[in-house]
Each structure stands twice: as structure tokens, then as C-alpha cells.
Design a protein around this ligand. Structure first.
Ligand code: MN
Ligand code: MN
Length: 453
């Protein structure tokens, strides 16, 4: 059944709200190009809207608004409901890490009068897309004295940028015959960061020049060992198309779901019946592993703490809370691309402009790795979305047996709660710049708000 394009039904008032929300989202993208920056920006916005640090409170009551920062890489927001926690929460989850290129732990070297940072890419990228374009360096350098030096180079007007070089076409006859996975190899993704030798140095004089600049910022070569430096495309999120109907930006996957999820909880006014939660998590792009990934216990631990603060002690209260919760696990979906139509099955594809996109299941090779949502829950979701007049569509990632992907849904489904994948359709997913429709962003926000109620 074909769904209608959301743009067709908008009034002038709808369009004004859509543009305001899109502008706020673009600002969030520009402020948050890494998971750490997204957490910092979320904390800033939450505090502004009256959310308190949960780690600093001793008890909670209905209506309280709380955030919990986990290792500066994941964050949870709660609005405490009037019902006991063991009746379950309404949870919106999404991830805030994005595909990128990370700097290695022993990265700095010089080769033929150029200084480089050696790298290891993060998440599933087409490596050839990341060469010959302006890149920025974002992250932190943690020093032995306990201080953490933030790094952002390549975004402000007047900042230098960085680049990974590519071979000129004139000499690329052999390269162009390789398959695309090998055209640019992983070890060829090293970042040029300097080219001017120090006059009084004999050996590695360019590297010495780079080290001198770093030392002026209080950073020694050894400090790279305890640094997390992420190489991301330089530049801001931009409106796209003559009609400005789209946004071109780095990191839509999955901030285009994380931002409206966070905003839906933050914008909720008053005291809900069920407790509301937004969880924005790290490490989804590499399998939700690690202490800040959704498969870690950090979320369960936080809910246990909340139960205790609410006076609902004990293992059983926690188990009931998790079991009785319902969740929208939000992640981007592959938007149907007419230029690559054969990768999709048209009846079950997500289309730009047709609203919030639900995936009953994800996975690959016979739904493997998916958390297939229950039909009864899907029916409830349809009712909620229809009652709130949200434009939405149901889709699969692409043609059967062409590939596949996972999300954080399985991590929460293991508690026995109802979970369904929801999100926004993206073109050029995992590319340095990805494309979304403003209508889908806006309908996602409307859908999340409806789900919380
Ligand atoms: Mn994703
Ligand atoms: Mn992804």
C-alpha cells in the first residue's frame, strides 16, 4: 500500500514549525560531530530545560526531570511518571556515534617531507569516499595528570583543515581496475597534517615542526596513546535542493533520530503517567559493544538507580520495569534511491518525504540478527501514529539477500519489552555527507511525541 508524501498535507503553520525544528537540528549537528560532543550538547540543552543531574539527587518524585551522563559518550534523560516504575517506561533510543576515521594510538610519522597521522576507520565506510575532501579533527587528549584537552580543528572560519590524498587519474590505470573495496586500502587512509620542516632539525624535521605546535598546546607525542581523535568531514549541515526540502550533512546516522528523540522527552510538559526515557548511545556502528554501547549494562544500571531513587527497591521491581516498558529503537533506514533501484524492493522500501519509517524487523540472510516486533505491538503503534496524524511508512532495508544491518533493538528486546525499529530514511547512508528530507525529520519528532503520550 503506497503511503502519501507528507509535504502535500502541510499548512503554512506546519511548514513554519518544520523549518524551526530543522534549523535547531542543523545547529545540533554542527555542535555535535562526535558522540562526546553530542552528549555535551544534550546536557547543555537538557539543563536549560530544567533537567537535573541524576547522579546528584537522593530521591525522585513524579514530574522530576533528570539526565544521566555515562562516560561522556552516552546519555539518558528521564521524566518521572506518576505511576510506579514497575508498570514500565516509554523509551526512545537512538545512537550518537557515526562512521568516521579514528587516529591510531601511535599515529605520527613523516614520509618524504610530509607529516601524517596513521588511522583506523570506524564503522562501515566506503573508503574511497573519504579521500580528497576537507576533513576536521575532533576529540580529546587525556593526559596523565588527569586533565583532558578538547580538540576541534577544521570547523571555524580561518581554521586549517586536513586531507587524505588520492592518486591522480593520469597515473591511476592500475588503481581504476581494482574493485571498489580495494581502490583505497585501509592503510592508505592516513591524514596529512603538516609539510613544513623546522630549519634547525636534521631528521624528521616536518614531524618535529608538528610536535612543536602540539607542545605549545601542552600535548606531547606520547599523549596520543591516551587520545580519542576522530577525523570527520569538515563543514556545516546545509539545506539541500532549490526547494530546501532536504538537509545534507555528516552524521544523520543516527543523530536524525537521536535529536528528535531527545527533544520529544525534553519538550514534554507536566507529569506523564508512565516514566519517559530517551537513551542516546555510543558504539552502535561497531555492534553496540563496549562500556558505552547499548549491549553494556549501563542502561540497566541506570534504571536500577532510578527505581531505588523512586523507592522501588529490589531486583523484581527492576525486572518488571524493563519487561513492561515499550520502546522505539530509532535508527536510520535506507531511503529508496531511483539511481540504484535494483537494490530495493519497491513495495517495502522507505521513501524520502513519506514520514517516520518503521522496520518490523532488520537483520540479514533470513532476518538473522533482527528483533522482529510482535504484530500486536505493531498494531498499537499504527493506532498511536494514526490518532496523532503522523505520516509514517513501513519498510525493509533493501532487497532480500543483498545485505543487511542491525540496530540497538536487540539489546532492549532481551528484557522482554516490546521494541520496534523506527527512524528516518537516508540517501547515501554512511557517506561523508548524507541526505534526509526535512518532512521525515519533522514527522519523526511528531511520532516520538505521540509515542511518549
Ligand atoms: Mn544507525
Ligand atoms: Mn549506521
Amino acid at each position: 500500500m503506497e503511503r502519501k508524501n507528507a509535504w502535500k498535507s502541510y499548512t503554512e503553520a506546519d511548514l513554519a514549525k518544520l523549518e524551526a525544528f530543522s534549523a535547531a537540528y542543523r545547529a545540533f549537528l554542527d555542535a555535535g560531530k562526535t558522540e562526546r560532543e553530542c552528549v555535551a550538547e544534550s546536557v547543555r540543552i537538557a539543563k536549560e530545560k530544567g533537567f537535573a543531574d541524576m547522579s546528584a539527587v537522593t530521591s525522585v518524585k513524579p514530574g522530576d526531570r533528570l539526565y544521566l551522563n555515562w562516560m561522556n559518550k552516552s546519555i539518558m534523560l528521564f521524566v518521572v511518571g506518576s505511576e510506579p516504575l514497575e508498570t514500565g517506561m516509554n523509551i526512545l533510543g537512538a545512537h550518537i556515534d557515526s562512521p568516521r576515521i579514528d587516529v591510531k594510538q601511535n599515529p605520527l610519522y613523516e614520509d618524504t617531507d610530509l607529516a601524517y597521522l596513521d588511522t583506523h576507520y570506524y564503522g562501515g565506510i566506503k573508503k574511497y569516499q573519504w579521500v580528497a575532501r576537507p576533513l576536521a579533527l575532533h576529540g580529546v587528549v587525556a593526559k596523565k595528570d588527569g586533565s583532558v584537552v578538547p580538540v576541534t580543528i577544521g570547523e571555524a572560519d580561518g581554521d586549517p583543515v586536513f586531507c587524505i590524498s588520492d592518486l591522480l587519474p593520469h597515473l591511476a590505470q592500475e588503481q581504476m581496475k581494482k574493485d571498489a573495496a580495494k581502490v583505497v586500502e585501509g592503510e592508505a587512509l592516513d591524514l596529512i597534517i603538516g609539510g613544513r620542516p623546522l630549519a634547525d632539525e636534521e631528521k624528521d624535521a616536518v614531524k618535529a615542526g608538528v610536535l612543536k605546535l602540539l607542545q605549545e598546546k601542552g600535548i606531547e607525542e606520547e599523549d596520543f596513546i591516551s587520545a580519542e581523535l576522530e577525523i570527520v568531514p569538515a563543514g556545516k549541515a546545509r539545506d539541500m535542493g532549490l526547494d530546501r526540502s532536504m538537509i545534507l550533512a555528516y552524521g544523520h546516522d543516527d543523530r536524525v533520530c537521536a535529536y528528535p528523540s531527545m527533544r520529544a522527552v525534553i519538550d514534554f510538559e507536566g507529569t506523564p503517567e508512565r516514566t519517559l526515557c530517551a537513551v542516546l548511545t555510543d558504539k552502535e556502528e561497531i555492534g553496540s559493544v563496549g562500556a558505552t554501547g547499548m549491549d553494556s549494562m549501563f542502561f540497566e544500571n541506570a534504571v536500577a538507580e532510578l527505581c531505588a531513587l523512586r523507592g522501588e527497591e529490589g531486583e523484581l521491581a527492576l525486572r518488571r520495569c524493563l519487561r513492561n516498558s515499550r520502546m522505539l529503537s530509532s535508527d536510520v533506514s535506507a531511503g529508496f534511491d531511483p539511481l540504484y533501484a535494483s537494490a530495493f524492493e519497491k513495495k517495502n522500501s522507505a521513501y524520502l518525504g513519506r514520514g517516520l519509517c518503521f522496520n518490523k524487523y532488520t537483520g540479514a540472510r533470513g532476518k538473522s540478527g533482527s528483533s522482529d516486533a510482535n504484530a500486536e505491538y505493531v498494531a498499537e503503534i499504527r493506532r498511536v501514529m494514526d490518532e496523532a496524524n503522523v505520516a509514517y511508512q513501513f519498510s525493509e532495508l533493501g532487497r532480500v539477500d543483498l545485505g543487511g544491518g542491525g540496530t540497538i533493538a536487540f539489546c532492549c528486546a532481551k528484557y522482554g519489552m516490546n521494541v520496534i525499529d523506527a527512524g528516518v530514511a537516508v540517501l547515501s547512508m554512511h557517506a561523508p555527507f548524507e541526505i534526509i528530507s526535512k518532512a521525515d525529520l519533522y514527522e519523526a519528532y511528531k511520532g516520538y511525541c505521540a509515542f511518549l503520550k
